[in-house]
Design a protein around this ligand. Structure first.
Ligand code: 5GP
Length: 189
């Protein structure tokens, strides 16, 4: 998505060889028009899949998950991050390490909102090692729902997440792919 590449070059900053700061676009401030364009693009790429629900992880996946769901005319479901694990028989829970925070969090989806009759599109902001994505994929599998694929705004292709998920046979569509952040330069694939 050329428009997104331009915005990243203008508004993102390279923190180190592994981390890109995207607060101006994704993780702190959001541009509604740009986020609508992202949602329309994901909806277009998955238009043939009869998606019944868009799923994401709170919090940075929610704006683009919302616009994708709006474009597809289906609900948005977001996995909640729980600080404590109180046994809830109605919840599907996975523990995932956080790439940026260096902690583990538990993500939770209520069985009430994800069932075997759903076909879901999983939208997220950034993929690095893929831990967050793998956690939510496990929850989707345990729910019995069908996973149409992933829609990722920024794929850091030099980290293993997207590649290993594709190797599992799961479709991953990324709006931009970053090959390298070495030397403070953003290199697209
Ligand atoms: P993963 O689980 O794939 O290693 O990391 C995914 C999550 O970590 C993303 O949803 C995002 O919130 C955060 N993250 C990973 N890499 C970056 C990065 O380069 N910049 C920012 N701002 N967040 C990142």
């Amino acid at each position: 998505m050329e428009l997104l590449k331009e915005r990243i070059l203008r508004e993102a900053s390279v923190i180190n060889n592994d981390v890109l700061k995207l607060d101006a676009l994704l993780n702190h401030q959001v541009d509604p028009q740009l986020t609508m364009a992202m949602g329309n693009e994901f909806a277009r790429r998955y238009s043939e899949h009869s998606i019944t629900k868009v799923i994401t992880v709170e919090s940075s996946g929610i704006p683009v998950g919302f616009t994708t769901a709006l474009a597809l005319g289906v609900p948005l479901l977001f996995a909640r991050r729980k600080k404590t694990l109180i046994a809830d028989p109605d919840a599907l829970t996975e523990r995932v390490p956080s790439f940026t925070k260096g902690i583990v969090t538990d993500i939770m989806v209520s069985r009430q909102f994800l069932t075997g009759s759903d076909t879901v599109l999983f939208i997220d902001d950034i993929i690095a090692n893929g831990d967050a994505a793998r956690g939510l994929i496990k929850i989707i599998e345990r729910s019995g729902a069908k996973l149409a694929g992933l829609g990722i705004v920024v794929e850091k292709s030099f980290q293993a997440g997207a590649r290993t998920i594709r190797e599992q046979g799961i479709r991953v569509e990324s709006l931009v792919q970053i090959a390298s952040l070495e030397g403070g330069h953003i290199q697209f694939l």
